[in-house]
Ligand binder design. Structure first.
Ligand SMILES: Cc1cc2nc3c(=O)[nH]c(=O)nc-3n(C[C@H](O)[C@H](O)[C@H](O)COP(=O)(O)O)c2cc1C
Ligand SMILES: Nc1ncnc2c1ncn2[C@@H]1O[C@H](COP(=O)(O)OP(=O)(O)O)[C@@H](O)[C@H]1O
Ligand SMILES: [Mg+2]
Length: 205
């Protein structure tokens, strides 16, 4: 059960991701149990957990933040400039695990994509989660940059939704820091490792 204590507003080092991060995962967006939007009002793009078992067998279950991009061959983000040559990199919050509230028996990777950091957060004060047009089967690239918390069971659906709302705020504020902002765009010419990760993120063959 969730411990009854206040949440940290940011997580992970201010100096940028430390091993094992950034973690690279990718895959096609698949169907989940259909609960995200219907029960919680929080759509989550599910991708297969295969990459995780093969490349990062030691990564613990829990809630994380990072950045994603979607293959522009099948999904073009509405907010992108019309002449954009590369896909838009968007902030994300995700859960890896067994959803103890629902007692799943298989591990899932579920990603909620948030609006760009330049826009006001829809979850700052109320549970008004970002909704895009559906993009099932689209290839998704995810770069996990930090850990937020373990997965918990909850006394109610409302308590789970409220914690995910706070996760969105923690993720946004964690990604707002300079050492994390470089994963969105080429702001700092001296940020070579981030350059490689960013190139991987937007490269769809
Ligand atoms: C940021 C985030 C945090 C989550 N934390 C938990 C959690 O602590 N416990 C839990 O049971 N499920 C957690 N979930 C998973 C939701 O219960 C899950 O997304 C929902 O069941 C939708 O599943 P579906 O995609 O199969 O429909 C979290 C999801 C997200 C996006
Ligand atoms: N902000 C968003 N983040 C993630 N997926 C979204 C978002 N907006 C819409 N979607 C769409 O909603 C689907 C997920 O909805 P969800 O209710 O979790 O169903 P499922 O159980 O099939 O994963 C995604 O696969 C995607 O096509
Ligand atoms: Mg989902």
């Amino acid at each position: 059960m969730r411990p009854d204590k206040p949440r940290d507003p940011v997580t992970g080092p201010d100096t940028g991701p430390e091993p094992p991060f950034p973690v690279r995962l990718s895959g096609p967006v698949i169907k989940g149990f259909g609960r995200g939007s219907k029960d919680l009002g929080i759509p989550t793009a599910n991708i297969p957990a295969d990459d995780l078992s093969e490349k990062y067998p030691d990564l613990t279950t829990g809630v994380y933040y990072g950045v994603v991009s979607l293959d522009p061959k099948t999904f073009v983000y509405d907010g992108a400039p019309s002449d954009a040559a590369t896909p838009t990199i968007l902030p994300a919050v995700l859960s890896i695990g067994y959803n103890p509230f629902y007692k799943n028996t298989v591990r899932s990777v579920e990603i909620h994509i948030m609006p760009p950091l330049a826009q006001p957060s829809p979850t700052a004060e109320q549970a008004n989660f970002n909704r895009l047009p559906d993009f099932y089967q689209t290839q998704l690239h995810l770069l996990i940059l930090g850990y937020i918390r373990p997965e918990y069971d909850y006394i109610s659906l409302e308590a789970l939704v409220e914690d995910i709302r706070v996760d969105c705020e923690v993720a946004r504020q964690s990604l707002e820091r300079e050492a994390y902002r470089r994963y969105f765009s080429e702001e700092n010419p001296a940020s070579e490792p981030a350059d490689e990760d960013r190139q991987w993120l937007v490269r769809f063959d």
